[in-house]
Design a protein around this ligand. Sequence first.
Ligand code: GTQ
Length: 365
Amino acid sequence: MKSDSSVHREAGSLAGIVPSVNLAAEPGRMDFYERARALRLAPLWRVLHGLVTDRPAPRCVPAIWRYAEVRPYLMEACKLISAEEAERRVMVLENPGLPGESRITQSLFAGLQIILPGEIAPAHKHVASALRFIIEGRNAYTAVAGERTMMEPGDFVITPSMTWHDHGNEGDAPMVWLDGLDMHIVNLMCASFREGYPGRVHPLDRPEGAAAAEAGHNLLPVDASYASQTSPIFNYPYRRTRETLDQLARFRAADPWHAHKMKYINPVNGGWAMPTMSTWMQLIPKGFETTAYRSTDSAIFTVVEGTGSSRIGGESFDWGPHDIFVAPSWAAHQHRASSDAVIFIYSDRVVQEKLDFWRELKSPA
Ligand code: GTQ
C-alpha cells in the first residue's frame, strides 16, 4: 500500500506534465534534467499543467465537525492546560486533506477557543486578522485596541491586524467561540509579525460601546478618518442580525442559490467588514432547498440555529446547531433546511475579488 503522499506526488507529476511531451523520450532527457538541477534549473514542461491547472484543484476536502463530538475535547483540554499557559487554548479544525497544516481550507485557519470562568487569554498583537464567531457562553469579553466588548452566542467579532487584544471570562460558565484567521495568507507573503504585551491585559481607554456608537448606526463622526481597511464596528451582535434576517424573509423571496443571505459590511466604504475574510449570515427557511452553487472561494459554515443537510461535492452531511462544515473551492454544494436554519459563513472571497480571481457558477434553478 502506497502512502498518500507518494500517490499524491505521482499523480501530481503526471497531472503536471504537458500532454504533448513524449514520455517515451523522457529517459533520454534525464541526464540534462540532472545537470540542470545542479544549477537550480528545472524544465517547466514537466510541471506546467500542475501549476496552471485547468480548474481549481483543492487539496482541501468536504468535511464536518459535529459540536457534540468536539465539545468534550474542548473540556478535556481545559483539564490539561490553562488559557494562560496555552496563550490561546484552541483546538484547531484540521481539514482531512491538509493534515498537520492547521488549515480548514487551503487559505484559512479555524479553531475552537475555550476560556473558563476567571481565566484570561493574555494580550498580544499580530499581522494576522481574526474573526470570532461565538458558539456558547456569556459574560466573556474580548478587548481590542483599548475597548472591550461582551460576547454573546451568534455575535461576529473582529480583531483587526496588529491591534492589541486579550480575552477574559467574567461569567460562571465556559465560553467557546470559533476563531477564523488569515495567517496562511499572511505567511504566503512572508509578512508576519507578532508581539506579546508586557502585561497580562492591555489597558482600556474607551468605554464599552464606543465603536458601536461611532460606527454601528449608519452614522459616522464628521471628523473621523479611517486608515484601516477593517470595519470600525468590531462586534456585529446576533440579536440585530437575526432580527434583520427575520424581517427580510417576510417580504423578500428566497434566492434559489443563497436563500436569505446578508453580507457583513464596513460602514466606512460599503465593502466587506474585513480586508481578508468575507463574512455572511444566511437564513434558510424550513423545507427550502438551495440550488447547487460553486465558487472559487472555499467556505466555512457554522450552524447557529436549525437542522438540515448539505450535499458538497457529492458527499452528504447532516448538521445541527454549532456544527461546522467546509465546502472546498469549486465543489458544487446545496443545502436543505429541515427547520429554519441560520448559518454563519466565512471565506477568502474578498481577497480573490481584489486580485480578480473570484468566479462563481450557478446551476440552473
Ligand atoms: O485569539 O489571538 O485561534 O492569535 C489563533 C491565534 C486565536 C487569538 C487563534 C491567535 C488567536
